[in-house]
Design a protein around this ligand. Sequence first.
Ligand code: DX5
Ligand code: ZN
Length: 227
Amino acid sequence: MPAPQARPTTPPIVAPSILSADFSRLAEALALADPTREWVHCDVMDNHFVPNLTFGPIVVGAVRKLTSAMLDVHLMITEPARLIPAFRAAGADSITIHFEACADVAGTLATVRANGARVGLAIKPETPLESAERHLDSLDVLLVMTVEPGFGGQDFMSDMMAKVRQARDWRLERRGRYLIEVDGGIAPDTARVARAAGAEVFVAGHAIFAQPDPRAALEALRAAVKP
Ligand code: DX5
Ligand code: ZN
């Protein structure tokens, strides 16, 4: 495993999503991310909470061996609690669960915390911020989905920016400390829009790994979100 390095928590942060990477050349894809300023986003899907199936702790463990970057694990799985220790043991630094996927959201967030990971909560496009309000105080990361979860390469939903602004205002009023992350359809143009609304962590799959020059595409995203 590469030597542990400082985990960046100062925004803006770009988080390349391996969902759109070539899994037969994962090492090459992961080498693009700069561990001193970026997170690597891992999308875990169960064909139940979302109609797609990806990978579990074994692949997260393989990713862990290939990068020292902060691993931002996005669990799109129903009732993730019992798997949280396995993802943590595999090397997840931050674990984001879905508000809509857990009967006991507070308990599941507490399980993430108890396992020593940074605590993230994701909300689907149709979920208003108010529904998740009572959990906001306990979060390190609030993930506002800007597409329906399940697939890469979808169009950015610009109407989610009202929710991002609301999350920013709420944090200011209530002295919250979560970072606001956006996920879905993020490319340089939409990242700028999201940044203006208050987003700080920018997940991007297609806009990096489906481009002819992924390194240049990542650089363009970095430039787009630069303060
Ligand atoms: C979608 C995933 C995203 C996905 C984003 O459910 O949560 O992380 O990788 O892909 P792009 O950037 O291609 O929209
Ligand atoms: Zn994701």
